[in-house]
Ligand binder design. Structure first.
Ligand code: NDP
Ligand code: ZN
Length: 176
């Protein structure tokens, strides 16, 4: 019998396995899995979200984009609802980076409520990381550009979750 906790731990186990050997872009080579776990922690402990499909999708949100995990893997193991949220927050890596960035702004407002929650947590986590453990060799200008781009994405989905949006605004105020 699968309950909420078994689904969450299955997601953590799967994401940790798929992101094995990957690190964040900071000088300490922080294990990549710290980032999806940070999203799950933000959603549960800071925003009080208890929708298990949202938490599982947050944990899995970068697996299809950045590992050999497939959409079918996600559906087989975690079901269609989680699969659909993960697809919504997965960029098309065949597109050039500026186009992907533009499309995130264009699509943010059209995402499902669940995908918007994951998107909010992702941007909060990445801004927090840029403040506390930034990608190596990023200039001040690049950090500032990233902050403004993240805000342009989040501005398209306002009215989704008060706590997460307040948290985003608070971290945005720390723009370098
Ligand atoms: P990104 O700008 O997309 O890199 C940021 C991404 O890296 C985050 O969204 C996050 O994604 C991930 N990440 C990993 N480690 C960290 C960390 N420690 N802190 C924050 N985020 C982290 O990288 P690209 O190389 O794709 O950048 C391309 C874009 O950057 C171009 O479109 C261009 O506009 C811009 N650019 C700007 C330059 C400048 O000097 N101003 C120079 C070069 C490019 P995830 O959540 O998926 O892990
Ligand atoms: Zn992410």
């Amino acid at each position: 019998m699968e309950n909420n906790l078994t689904l969450i731990f299955k997601a953590i186990h799967f994401a940790a396995d798929k992101h094995r050997g990957q690190s964040r872009k900071d000088e300490n080579n922080t294990p990549y899995i710290n980032h999806p776990i940070a999203l799950a922690n933000l959603l549960t402990n800071q925003a009080g979200i208890s929708d298990v499909n949202v938490i599982a999708a947050a944990i899995l949100h970068d697996t299809v984009e950045d590992t050999d995990a497939t959409v079918d893997d996600i559906e087989d193991l975690f079901g269609r609802t989680v699969r659909d949220i993960v697809i919504e927050v997965t960029d098309d890596k065949s597109l050039p980076s500026p186009e992907r960035k533009r499309l995130q702004i264009e699509h943010a407002g059209k995402l499902s409520h669940e995908a918007k929650l994951v998107k909010l947590a992702d941007k909060i986590s990445n801004l927090q990381d840029i403040i506390t453990s930034p990608p190596v060799r990023w200039s001040l200008e690049r950090k500032r550009e990233y902050f403004d781009w993240a805000k342009a994405v989040i501005d398209q989905l306002r009215g989704t979750n008060e706590k997460l949006e307040a948290l985003f605004d608070k971290v945005y105020q720390q723009k370098p």
